[in-house]
Write a protein that binds this ligand. Structure first.
Ligand code: HEM
Ligand code: HEM
Length: 202
């Protein structure tokens, strides 16, 4: 899936391959599996953030709160598993090289922000799941079966873990907003083909 020809080794900036071309139309795209996984995870993450922010204000002890908490936990666990699959796929199929016309600072910024996004996508489900181990509820996966808590109810540990979960939730929101603005800048202002790398098609 590399966009390089002639078997020459591509130069790297901050670990990312750079394509020796400013012809961004020639820029390779992510493969279809990577594109599908990106958009599935993108939708799930936006739903998760919405659910998280909405459900914390539902009155305690109601069926509605329990429903939305379990929905959030179930989708969150599923998202975590899909992200692991995605990282495995990325490891086997490295991203296409970026065009050499892209300034080095942008390559570095894109690399750092993608790493931070992946970190949040892994740490958030792990911390959320760990927190629910310290309640008496555990997780009822899409109402189908219960994953009983492996620990014991402990409000203090729960609050610490949920503090981390909440903080990372807001960090993730900032990262996603910056990410979307950067993507739109490539699409509407720079028109350099970077946005199209993540769109299905030929
Ligand atoms: C990609 C995955 C996830 C994202 C993006 C996410 C996001 C969020 C957000 C934005 C909040 C609201 C924070 C606040 O307003 O304080 C929240 C709360 C919460 N999340 Fe997640 N979450 C994820 C996965 C999980 C998982 C897997 C679990 C448990 C199995 C979980 C359990 C919870 C719980 C229990 C709360 C409510 C905390 C409280 O009552 O204060 N989350 N989540
Ligand atoms: C909804 C609007 C979104 C748009 C328009 C968008 C667009 C893009 C584009 C164009 C790329 C490819 C950048 C490149 O070629 O180097 C990309 C990569 C990426 N996006 Fe998004 N994205 C969106 C939402 C999200 C969300 C919600 C997340 C997760 C929280 C996310 C996580 C990522 C990650 C981790 C990469 C790096 C892919 C890799 O190299 O493995 N995106 N996105």
């Amino acid at each position: 899936m590399s966009g390089l020809s002639g078997g020459r080794r591509a130069p790297k900036i901050c670990g990312l391959q750079i394509m020796e071309s400013s012809n961004v139309q020639a820029a390779d795209r992510y493969n279809n599996v990577a594109i599908t996984l990106h958009w599935v995870v993108a939708v799930l993450v936006l739903v998760m953030i919405g659910l998280g922010v909405y459900m914390v204000d539902i009155p305690r002890g109601t069926d509605e709160r329990s429903f939305f908490y379990n929905l959030h936990k179930s989708i969150g666990l599923t998202t975590g598993i899909i992200v692991l699959v995605r990282l495995w796929w990325r490891w086997k199929n490295p991203p296409p090289p970026l065009p050499s016309s892209m300034p080095a600072w942008q390559v570095t910024a894109s690399n750092i922000s993608h790493r931070l996004l992946y970190a949040c996508l892994i740490i958030m489900p792990v911390v959320g799941f760990s927190a629910s181990q310290f309640t008496k509820w555990g997780v009822t996966y899409f109402g189908m079966f219960k994953i009983p808590p492996m620990a014991y109810p402990d409000k203090e540990i729960y609050n610490i873990l949920q503090g981390v979960h909440g903080f990372m939730g807001y960090l993730l929101m900032v990262l996603v907003i910056v990410h979307i603005l950067a993507a739109l800048q490539h699409l509407l202002i720079k028109k350099d083909g970077i946005f199209q790398r993540m769109l299905p098609g030929r």
